[in-house]
Ligand binder design. Sequence first.
Ligand code: ADP
Ligand code: MG
Length: 399
Amino acid sequence: SSAASDVYKRQSSQKSKAENFITKFAKYYTPIVVCIALALAIIPSIITKEWSVWIYRALSFLVVSCPCALVISIPLSFFAGIGASSRYGILIKGSNYLEKLNKANIFVFDKTGTLTKGNFVVTKITPIERKEEIISLAAIAEQNSNHPIAKSIVRNAKNVETKKVENYEEITGKGIKYNIDEKTVLVGNSSLVGKEDEIAESTKIYLKIDEELVGAILLKDEAKHGTKEAIQALNSRGIVTKMFTGDNKKAAKQIAEELGISEFEAEMLPDQKYSELEKELEKYKGTNGKVAFVGDGINDAPVLALSDIGIAMGGLGSDAAIEAADIVIMTDEPSKVNKAIKISKKTMRIVKQNIIFAISIKALVLILSAVGITTMWEAVFADVGVSVIAVLNAFRILK
Ligand code: ADP
Ligand code: MG
């Protein structure tokens, strides 16, 4: 039962503020309304001696006061929002995330695999004379890695030997290290091989054998389809867009400029992504603003978990990332972020409409029934009618 209560706590913590408000509201509202109805039945009857008139009024008051239009339609609106999103391949893990999307002030994107395809093409290998040797030596070990760069190197290598690699080790955000034929090999970025202050032309992976820098593989990635438009759409909503990447400055700048992302940070290690996101969260602390992080999940599960709204690419993403994320985009398209925001805005608009509509109609009919203008049938009609209209309104989200 403790496990069950944990599940309950988890589920209720993933409810939207509007839903939690309704739950709390119903908790106080119901006893108050029952007391008012009792008072309405008894006090005027003692004075006027017209018991049947006042009991009838109290009963119709009770009928109209039923908050079921709100209690049904608000969770239903969020269900509809979550359902509408899933049609586009956007999985939202709780109604609170749908609500938070509406308040996102900044979207931070990972680069490789998130904004770009992660499908690198080898553009150059230096020195050209040792081209085959360099790529096949890298590919032998990269077969063990899940990183998009590793997969691309393997794909681009013509014949990958199946020589035994020893002491294979993946250095997060940097590259790989292994032993082969008694030699220690490093395959990764400049910081892995200890080469500083060099302006790489694009994504550049160095090969170092026993302290000797043997060569480098230059790779190029391209932005996913519709990403530029997606960034523009976010910017035009007044949402700040930012890119975090472990790749070098040159490759980062090129993609950022192409996509219209104003701010970016390059050569970041996974823990730097974490601390930079903490800074972003700090900026919006105490405000209504929310920080969203979108990642493909290679190394960024902790950042996904830290952000207010963690969005993972479901196709490319690792299991850990999908688990840590609040929203999963099954189609891997960053443009789906805008679709989700649109659905979120529509849901919140309809939730507000339903709250205002239900409360104002109820308040009016409550007053009318307390003074005896409405009949029981009108009270029943007001209650059921408001509920039906609110439910139908919630269904509009699915369109
Ligand atoms: P991003 O932030 O762009 O998703 P990562 O943090 O995953 O990048 O990796 C940062 C950098 O580390 C890569 O650009 C690459 O230079 C290097 N790197 C990481 N993993 C590998 C690997 N398996 N092989 C070669 N280089 C790697
Ligand atoms: Mg990545």
